[in-house]
Design a protein around this ligand. Structure first.
Ligand SMILES: Cc1cc2nc3c(=O)[nH]c(=O)nc-3n(C[C@H](O)[C@H](O)[C@H](O)COP(=O)(O)OP(=O)(O)OC[C@H]3O[C@@H](n4cnc5c(N)ncnc54)[C@H](O)[C@@H]3O)c2cc1C
Ligand code: FES
Length: 328
């Protein structure tokens, strides 16, 4: 057993148990959602003791250096004293520069943060509706190409934050965001490597950023982007992506529709179906999977079975991402 100290109580953490499970079993209300190290809802801070490196995967180095960690990925080897984060300290002000529809369900929101924010296209920020409600949204913007942060928000039926964005948020509004995080972004260490990017719906947001980032950094290997929806009207930024493919002969943009007959220029089925048919062997490829959690889960498995190394598979399932702010 490992001792976990929280406020004035000590809890026994069993071997292999996470800090999240240990504290919630002891009656502590720790915010959480995915329980898989993705959404960062369960962010905590170690005030004393050493946190395993795996519990800080995807966190900014500045946060990791301050002892922040993900309670759902933290299986402590030594005693820890932990606290919920001061969410107020993590937030920064931003102005809504514009909100534009991308299709019937998805809007592009451009944001100007009050202070400079270092980020990579494909990482995600947390957008606050109010101090108690926040959600993660991936960055479609590229720092070297775009003046503002850009996120794509799909209206989830009954959704607290996405509903507010669609119904109430307007250009000029002041909002709060939390700094970028996540490991789903392009690194220019192997410019010849083939890249495969798959997403559905607003899962295009990080992929749109990653593709433009890679091409802007001079990526030389082939880049294949598969974007899917149930019908053609669910796809967006099609003109921009087609124009990008014209300018970069090694960039290939494939539009997929999974319901009804596929019109000319569209592939039938999911992006995963189309990509697997086109690229049965992914040995040496780098793969990015974003959006619907089921697509991401299946895509990760298929890519691995087709030969991609796990270290080369980057995934952001858009799991529900509430939490964090409850600690405010
Ligand atoms: C790393 C990461 C990146 C993300 N990036 C984006 C992005 O770029 N664009 C984007 O639109 N969303 C993205 N999401 C999802 C987003 O964070 C919210 O979960 C989503 O907007 C719903 O929030 P809500 O407050 O509107 O719904 P809630 O009020 O939280 O939920 C309302 C209902 O919808 C269900 N639900 C919640 N989220 C989803 C979902 N994603 N799909 C289906 N049902 C859901 C809930 O279980 C609940 O029943 C991302 C999530 C993660 C973890
Ligand atoms: S990252 Fe821990 S609950 Fe999602």
């Amino acid at each position: 057993m490992t001792a976990i100290r929280y406020q004035d109580r000590t809890f026994d953490c069993a071997p292999g148990q996470t800090v999240l499970d240990c504290l919630t079993a002891g009656g502590v209300a720790v915010p959480s959602s995915c329980r898989a190290g993705v959404c960062q809802s369960c962010l905590m801070r170690a005030e004393e003791g050493e946190v395993p490196a795996a519990a800080q995967a995807g966190l900014k180095p500045t946060l990791a250096a301050q002892g922040y960690f993900l309670a759902c990925s933290c299986r402590p080897q030594a005693p820890l004293t932990v606290a919920l984060p001061d969410a107020e300290r993590l937030r920064m002000a931003a102005e809504v520069v514009s909100i534009e529809p991308l299709n019937a369900d998805i809007v592009a929101v451009k944001l100007k943060p009050s202070q400079q924010m270092a980020y990579r296209a494909g990482q995600f920020i947390r957008l606050y509706k109010d101090p108690a409600q926040s959600r993660c949204y991936s960055l479609a913007s590229v720092p070297e190409l775009d003046d503002h942060l850009e996120i794509h928000v799909r209206a989830v039926p009954g959704g607290q934050v996405s509903g507010w964005v669609h119904r109430e948020l307007r250009a000029g509004d002041a909002v709060e965001i939390a700094d970028s995080s996540g490991l789903c972004f392009y690194v220019d260490d192997r410019p010849e490597q083939p890249l495969l990017l798959l997403g559905t719906g607003s899962g295009l947001a990080p992929l749109y950023g990653i593709v433009r980032d890679a091409l802007n950094q001079g990526h030389r290997g082939p880049v294949w982007l598969y974007h899917g929806s149930t019908g053609p009207q669910g796809l967006y930024r099609t003109g921009e992506l087609a124009a990008l493919a014209e300018r970069h002969p090694d960039f290939h943009y494939v539009r997929c529709v999974s319901e009804g007959e596929a019109p000319a220029g569209f592939r039938p089925g999911t992006p995963l179906d189309a990509a697997c048919a086109d690229h049965p062997v992914l040995d040496g490829w780098r793969v990015f999977l974003c959006g619907h959690p089921e697509l991401v889960r299946k895509g990760r498995m298929q890519a691995f079975l087709a030969g991609a190394s796990m270290a080369d598979i980057h995934a952001d399932p858009f799991v529900p991402s509430g939490g964090l702010a409850a600690a405010a």
